[in-house]
Design a protein around this ligand. Sequence first.
Ligand code: M6R
Length: 592
Amino acid sequence: MCGISAYYGKENGVPIILQGLQRLEYRGYDSAGLALLKNNEIEIIKTKGKITELKALAEGRSANIVMGHTRWATHGEPNYINAHPHSSADNSIAIVHNGIIENHAELRKELQEKYNYKFTSQTDSEVIAQLIQFFYKGDFEEAFRKMLTKIEGAFGIVALHKDHKQMLCARKGSPLVLGIKEGEYFIASDPTPFLEYTKEVIYLNEKQMAVIDDTGYKVKDFNGFNLTTELETVPYGIEAIQKGGFEHYMLKEIFEQPETILNCFRGKIRHIDSISIKKENIKRIIFVCCGTSFYAALVGKYIIEKTVNLPVSVEYASEFRYRQPMLFPTDLVIAVSQSGETADTLEAIRLSKSLGCNVAGIVNVTGSSIAKECGQGIYLHAGPEIGVASTKAFSSQIIAFILLSMYFSQNPYFRKEVIEDLEELPAKVKAFLQIQNIQSIAEKYKHAKFFMYMGRDINYPVAREGALKLKEISYIPAEGYAAGEMKHGPIALIDENTPSVFIVTKDSVYEKVISNMEEVKCRKGKIICICDEITEEIERLTNDIILVPKVRWELTPIINVLPLQLLAYYIAKANGREIDQPRNLAKAVTVE
Ligand code: M6R
């Protein structure tokens, strides 16, 4: 994970980078640091704390060449010594790194034992700076490239040398984007740190590096050969990454859903055959994904199997890639990922490709590694999702599965009906978000020690997503279960102190869910019910009711997840949690 932001230009880069790092804190916030190049000296400022503390430490500093880092620890605990930037032993070189250097231990051992190099941190990253020093004979770029031939693993690296007015960077496995403005250059993990300065970008591809100096920028391969690149324009503005009056990004992103849902299907539903996924001879779809994207894909399985009659399996990418999956050229393997950078999902796609499968992506971030690797698929167009807890991406992913089912279905009636219902959906989502009673329900249950979430059929994965939301931002244990499975074990957890959140839509499994609610009720469990109709049974069985608008079956997960997102948000808020940056988590999991 980790966030990188760097500036080379004529302005004071310190405030630019500090502000940029703050925008990248979603990628990790264990520690932070800056390196300033000025008058043939590199000054390093670091803290175990967050960017606000770094800002105080960097007060009054100025330089035209600055790089910064916000860390999500992988090797070595989050402390001052392990914070980036890291320096070579002679302090001539500084680097920031995102990713994991897999062979760092052997490289470190060799430098220590054969050449008596001294290391100060426990990180894998420090070896990068030491290796550049090892190879340096007066040509910084050459030493940097030699270092690249030695390291294995994933990396986005930016490096400075005290005697060279140059900024070097390289990418393999971890994203880096260049921002280009007349006489000013930016390097970052994504474009958000420099959006107010430029929207013109170059996404570095795998095994590409860039050299920036007073003559401009050059993109090269790792052998030093110049490459031609195309400038792209970031498709959103600065307002997309601001809180816009909301207390937290998560709340803002929940309330953005009427628009993000619309953005996902607008422009596609009336041109469904223009979706760019090869579908000839496909006999099975496999979704590979993690976390919230996995639960969204489970919803996708219900939709596609029912409406298209095509078998669908949903796999945790982290399991799939290590278990020798049986794959065929007639499989369509689809990576589902908000960030487009999740390491396991990316590797699952690479594996599928190498075994001859057709691959595609359902991805939010344009130009991301997964989007590039797949080369075909559906973009969500949900805009930047900054809160670590994924919300608007989930609803947009479900829209993407509906689009996919329309694309695979040749049934004109199905397509027509779905178009009509989709067009009404944003207004229904908006109406629900304006009138709800969830904050008071959250207050009532905020001290509960454990929550159950239950649903059936297409709303079973939604129950799991609701439990994940609560766990990750409030730290309250929660289980998301298929309601029919409850009596096979989890019912033992129910007592008078256990709130159970039931999703009970008036559909083919309504009566079954009601029976499961009866079972909880007679064990004195508390029931919070999310329903689209308040029936006599629901009134009798439940302690709290959240009424959602009625929508067609395929769209119920989108409507039902809204109260679950809000419930998690308000419970976390009532418990004083750091909602946008929950402990131990980071937004883009770019390590395995
Ligand atoms: O960017 P991705 O969709 O690939 O990320 C997958 C998970 O890391 C992500 O959904 C994670 O579980 C979120 N924190 C959930 O809110």
